[in-house]
Write a protein that binds this ligand. Structure first.
Ligand code: SF4
Length: 619
């Protein structure tokens, strides 16, 4: 008996209009656990090498973890894995809410989507039934309307994940959204679905998930829920969620301000956690989570959207906007159009700086300035519909800055072509490294080092301990994506990671210690790195740097004015990081030996050719 998994992988070929299903390959379970791990392995195995992201060959994998949908703290995540249209590299993005639990309870570990539909379609899943249904009537509509119409058509018990006009128009940072605020935001999954002409996935599931030891699961999970409920920070967290970090970032000089030119925002007090809480109208959480942080907020004129640190900082301070009402509205606009709020805030701020520097003279109708809400809102719509300057920006800051030319590339804030998220890190070497080495491009959710740097490790110094901590956090955070759970239980309310090892055993029967689980994360990190190298000619160390702005431009204001990290220090820490991962310091790629140690022999052969096995696989 297989516990924790549904033993089913469905394949949808949109070009042929065909749906098939097969049992899960059991040999994937121990080394890759599930979720992002299953997705990364399937992408490696099944994507035709060097396939164009926006082509029928590219595949989008939806993958649940063994914990997805079970009674365990925040066991609510589903990973979407593919080759990104914005980075051209490995990509994944997870989504919470209730969609993932419905996916698992419909009976799937993975759904793999390939091909392209000849006309707009939506994928209908009701337990074992999968159908491709006509979506002509939904095409062109905003996310909120799609969700409403599909729920009316199918029943309120269906969970809906859909794209907006941005995905249809192949905006390279388009998202998928569910429940009007939970998004698979980063790396352009919405554009991939738009290319495939998939407007939405509607899903209903009511199967039981097989659990190895239900009594033990309930016992451990009850204990974990109670730990969370009794944490000193619980009340503060449910009031403010991640928006509480705005104030903290402002005090310590991390708040992205005006395209990350600065790290202090004069109106931070108007957009901080307390200001957000004043606009909050309900408590809302994802499936199985007792620490609600979705923060549904309403503007004075009745616009509703869900706020977190990322959308407040990127659409707020980073665009010079210091009004919570205006942020709520920009956020709602992004969600409805199906745009990643992080990349959007980064791209709009980049355009504002370009305008200030006189680099947008080819667009005489455009007028932009930091803090101009109306201009930001118009630009966001133009991006979603690829109109005028919006068409240029719809490909992301890396591409746009090349086309604009001049000095624009120097202040395009991205790593590996993915826009940097909401932590200005030129005074935090470890966090800069976390961004630089992130496996999907610059994304804080893979590693958030700032707290440790401020409290223990120091912001500017180079140390092995710091490099080790980056690796540890990257692996620990990956674990949540493999298991199918939200990391905030551990990150924010300090639920010990060991709970997840115990829960994993109670669910699956697999007697893994935490180290075994973290080794699976390590394996996935090396696998995805190899994927980048396989897909991009010349990929390696040069891709792991943060923008010049952080390495060369001193902070202009605040307590740390005049300071920045240096390339020399960054290089030293990067060397340590490669060594800790068992990767080559010069090339930045996993060595043959390391890949073989991790049981990735076929990956080693792909990168280095066939050779004698040099090390016994540790599985
Ligand atoms: Fe969702 Fe927040 Fe709970 Fe995570 S902590 S599962 S994001 S409500």
């Amino acid at each position: 008996m297989l516990y924790g998994y549904m033993d089913k992988v469905a394949r949808i070929d949109l070009s042929k209009g065909r749906v098939t299903a097969e049992p899960l390959r059991k040999e994937l379970i121990k080394p890759f656990i599930g979720g992002r791990g299953f997705g990364a392995k399937a992408l490696w195995d099944e994507l035709p090498k060097k396939a164009e992201p926006l082509s029928p060959e590219n595949i989008v994998i939806l993958a649940a973890g063994p914990l997805t949908g079970v009674y365990a703290p925040a066991a609510c995540k589903l990973s979407l894995v593919s080759k990104s249209p914005i980075t051209y590299g490995y990509a994944d993005s997870s989504v919470g809410g209730n969609f993932a639990a419905a996916f698992k309870r419909a009976g799937y570990d993975m759904v793999i989507i390939k091909g392209v539909s000849s006309k707009p379609t939506y994928i209908y899943i009701d337990n074992d039934i999968i159908e491709l249904r006509d979506a002509e009537h939904l095409w062109g509509k905003p996310v909120s309307q799609v969700e409403e119409e599909l729920r009316k058509e199918l029943g309120r018990e269906f969970q809906i994940l859909s794209i907006g006009p941005a995905g249809e128009n192949l905006v390279k940072f388009a998202s998928l959204v569910t429940e009007l605020g939970r998004a698979s935001g980063r790396t352009g999954m919405g554009a991939l679905m738009g290319f495939k002409k998939v407007k939405a996935i509607a899903i209903y599931g009511d199967k039981d998930i097989p659990i190895y030891d239900i009594e033990e699961l309930v016992r451990i999970s009850d204990e974990a829920y109670s730990y969370i409920r009794n944490h000193d920070d619980f009340e503060w967290w449910i009031k403010q969620g991640t928006v509480r970090t705005i104030d903290w970032c402002q005090k310590l000089g991390f708040l992205p301000t005006r395209n990350m030119r600065e790290a202090y925002f004069e109106k931070a007090a108007d957009i901080d956690g307390a200001s957000m809480a004043a606009k909050k109208v309900a408590f809302k959480s994802c499936f199985a989570c007792n620490m609600p942080c979705c923060n549904p907020c309403m503007s004075s004129d009745g616009v509703l959207s869900e706020l977190d640190h990322e959308n407040v900082a990127m659409l707020g301070s980073n665009c010079g906007i210091g009004s919570m009402d205006e942020i709520i509205k920009l956020n709602k606009l992004c969600d409805d159009l199906g745009l990643d709020t992080i990349s959007t805030g980064n791209v709009v701020a980049f355009a504002m700086e370009c305008y200030e520097r006189g680099l947008l003279n080819n667009y005489p109708d455009v007028k932009l300035s930091f803090g101009d809400f109306n201009a930001a809102a118009e630009l966001i719509k133009d991006i979603a519909y690829r109109r005028g300057l919006g068409a240029l920006l719809a490909d992301g800051v890396a591409e746009a800055s090349k086309k604009i030319g001049g000095e624009a590339e120097a202040f395009a804030m991205h790593v590996k072509r993915l826009e940097i998220s909401a932590y200005e890190s030129r005074t935090a070497l470890g966090q800069a490294l976390a961004y630089g080495t992130c496996d999907v491009g610059a994304h804080h959710n893979r590693c958030w080092m700032i707290l440790e740097e401020v409290t223990e490790l120091g912001r500017f110094n180079v140390s092995l301990e710091k490099a080790k901590h980056v690796v540890f956090l990257q692996n620990a955070r990956a674990l949540f994506d493999l298991l199918g759970a939200c990391r905030f239980t551990w990150v924010e309310l300090k639920l010990p990671l060991s709970y997840y090892a115990k829960i994993f055993k109670a669910v699956t029967s697999i007697d893994y210690k935490l180290e075994d689980l973290l080794l699976a994360s390590e394996r996935v990190w090396s696998l995805t790195r190899a994927f980048w190298a396989r897909e991009i000619e010349g990929f390696g160390r040069s891709y792991d740097y943060v923008p010049k702005r952080w390495l060369e431009e001193p902070l202009p204001s605040g307590e740390l004015a005049g300071k920045h990290i240096t390339r020399e220090d960054y290089d030293k820490l990067l060397d340590m990081w490669y060594q800790l991962r068992g990767w080559d310091v010069k090339t930045g790629l996993p060595t043959r030996e390391r890949l073989e140690e991790l049981g990735l022999r076929e990956v080693a052969e792909e990168l280095y050719g066939r050779a004698e096995v040099t090390t016994k696989a540790k599985l």
